[in-house]
Design a protein. Structure first.
Length: 144
């Protein structure tokens, strides 16, 4: 069952009761063997780059997937990362994804960049040094 979204539920419950109501709904579904997929739209910004649930509900969730728009090389890309998967040693790398006519396609991890989630992506120093080393070695090899 998909609940889209907790943000909508928040509009209909008294202020401060969202956590209690979400708990009640999710536990009701779980006790009946229904696995809910819950959508929560978190504000994105420099101060809230990791603020996945401002209401403190992450204890209710078994798997937390963060979807975010990021800028890489002056292009907007869609990024996905599994922030939490209870009982699993899951892949923690940030990956690009796209939504196609055939469904969601998850691509290889972003490589050579740091700071993507925080909104300040830059080439990884390790990648830059490796690239410079490779360039120097290739130039020297061709010179001989």
């Amino acid at each position: 069952m998909v609940i889209d979204s907790l943000n909508h539920l928040e509009m209909y419950v008294p202020r401060g009761d969202l956590r209690k109501e979400a708990y009640r709904i999710l536990m009701y579904l779980k006790t009946r063997g229904i696995s809910p997929v819950v959508i929560w739209e978190a504000q994105q910004g420099p101060e809230s780059s990791y603020a996945v649930t401002q209401t403190g509900m992450s204890f209710l969730i078994d798997c937390l997937v963060l979807l975010k728009f990021v800028e890489i090389n002056s292009s907007m890309k869609k990024a996905l990362v599994i922030m939490k998967m209870r009982g699993s040693d899951h892949d923690k790398r940030l990956r690009e994804y796209e939504i196609t006519a055939r469904g969601v396609r998850v691509a290889a991890p972003f490589s050579g960049y740091e700071g993507i989630i925080t909104g300040t992506p830059h080439r990884s120093l390790t990648q830059e040094v490796a690239g410079a080393w490779d360039d120097a070695f290739t130039w020297t090899k061709h010179k001989q």
